[in-house]
Design a protein around this ligand. Structure first.
Ligand code: AMP
Length: 416
């Protein structure tokens, strides 16, 4: 289905005006498909990754429906958006405020890691839309700070990540406090059996929307995999940032320690880089993000969980220091670039010992990711162990490795 303009969607003049002011010329594919379904009151399961415009796809029809319902005072919470992380909570709350300007509808967000008292106060003022992470929302419910008895609309944003982060028990506990007679919308970048099982419990006769084929990456993102010796990765990242000018870049590290170390090393090399991970306090994280958004940082070195929910529209470069252990994280990582139609370059530094991880990622994407060499940073083939006995298992293995690496020589000629 394609909808050429927002005017064709049954959104009220106030929302149409906001979209014009924001300069949104036409709905994105997920918006064109989801908005009519949601306005019709149906449940929905949408496969859409971040950067597709999925937030407006549920926020706009939610606002529209709330505007049409009779308003009670004090305001009960009528719509709840559940998100996996506080960063995503902040980002969705910003979108709700942006799209809801001038409607008179109110919203607030609750998430862990900050004082609960200020959140209780905001809730007492009465809100139409609540954006929440599951754990903190349960804390509020246990304290009696809020009620979900009048809830009409429930949204799961980035549901796959919520399950990855082990929120299933919290979700079950929350569902007990939410009216069964409600509209439920579920958005997820990837889909596996666990998610399908959750959908079966949650959704009633849902409409299914798949924006990009299952588990694919945004088409605007060019993916490159460079084979490089582990001990030259730092030098290559420096070269990419300084010489190639591939900055600002979001760099992914598998571990918090790795992120700290790389940020420090880049700092020593004169590159303005900061780490971003779960060991930082909420205020430190916000400060780092502000700097990155303001464009003063050349590199943000993040872990997977921390980076979830980052919305930085002008991000052109993502660099994976190595493949993630969880293949689906690769899709999330590179979805950080190429957003809102921008072109993106997603680079992964690959060492031969990571071959099983590369294979897993290729299986998830259902596509091959050919490796290439970066001129000046070619892997050192002489480092292989001394020649083992001819035709021993070790010799066969070593020959195969050498052949695999040599086979990539053809890819060397690529210009950047
Ligand atoms: P999301 O996938 O919701 O994170 O949105 C990605 C980016 O696209 C956000 O920065 C939005 O402001 C922007 N966006 C959403 N819908 C549109 C649209 N119809 N036209 C232009 N930009 C949009």
């Amino acid at each position: 289905m394609s909808t050429a303009s927002f005017a064709e969607l049954a959104l009220s003049p106030r929302l149409q005006q906001t979209l014009t002011e924001l300069g949104y010329a036409a709905p994105t594919p997920v918006q064109a498909s989801a908005i009519p379904v949601i306005l019709a009151g149906r449940d929905l399961m949408a496969g859409a990754q971040t950067g597709t415009g999925k937030t407006a796809a549920f926020v706009l029809p939610l606002l529209e429906q709330l505007l049409q319902q009779p308003q009670a005072e004090p305001r009960p919470i009528r719509a709840l958006v559940l998100v996996p992380t506080r960063e995503l909570a902040v980002q969705v709350a910003e979108s709700v405020a942006r799209y809801g300007q001038g409607t008179g509808l109110t919203s607030t967000q609750v998430y862990g890691g900050v004082s609960i008292a200020a959140q209780v106060e905001a809730l007492q003022a009465g809100v139409d839309i609540l954006i929440a992470t599951p754990g903190r929302l349960l804390d509020h419910l246990r304290q009696g700070a809020l009620s979900l008895a009048a809830l009409r609309h429930l949204v799961f944003d980035e549901a796959d990540r919520m399950l990855d982060m082990g929120f299933m028990d919290e979700i079950k506990a929350l569902l007990k406090q939410i009216p069964a007679d409600r509209q439920t919308l579920l958005f997820s970048a990837t889909c596996d059996d666990n998610l399908f099982a959750l959908c079966k419990v949650l959704l009633r006769d849902p409409a299914l929307i798949e924006v990009a084929p299952r588990n694919t990456t945004a088409a605007e993102v060019e993916q490159r995999v460079y084979t490089v010796d582990s001990d030259r990765k730092l030098a290559l990242v420096e070269h990419m940032l300084k010489v190639k000018g591939w900055a600002p870049a979001l760099i992914f590290s598998r571990t918090r320690q790795g992120a700290d170390k790389l940020a420090q090393q880049l700092g020593k090399a004169g590159i303005n880089a900061l780490a971003f991970h779960g060991d930082l306090s909420q205020s430190a994280r916000e400060k780092v993000l502000l700097e990155f958004r303001a464009g003063t940082l050349q590199a943000l070195v993040a872990t997977d969980v921390a980076a979830r929910g980052l919305d930085i529209t002008d991000l052109n470069y993502v660099i994976n220091l190595e493949f993630p252990f969880v293949a689906e994280d690769y899709v999330h990582r590179i979805g950080r670039t190429g957003r809102a139609g921008n072109k993106g370059l997603a680079i992964t530094l690959f060492s031969p010992e990571d071959a099983p991880l590369l294979e897993k990622v290729e299986a998830v994407l259902d596509t091959r990711l050919p490796q290439q060499w970066f001129p000046g940073f070619e892997p050192d083939l002489t480092r292989f162990e001394p020649e083992p006995r001819r035709n021993s298992k070790a010799a066969q293995k070593q020959r195969a490795r050498k052949q695999a690496l040599a086979g990539n020589k053809g890819g060397k000629g690529r210009k950047h």
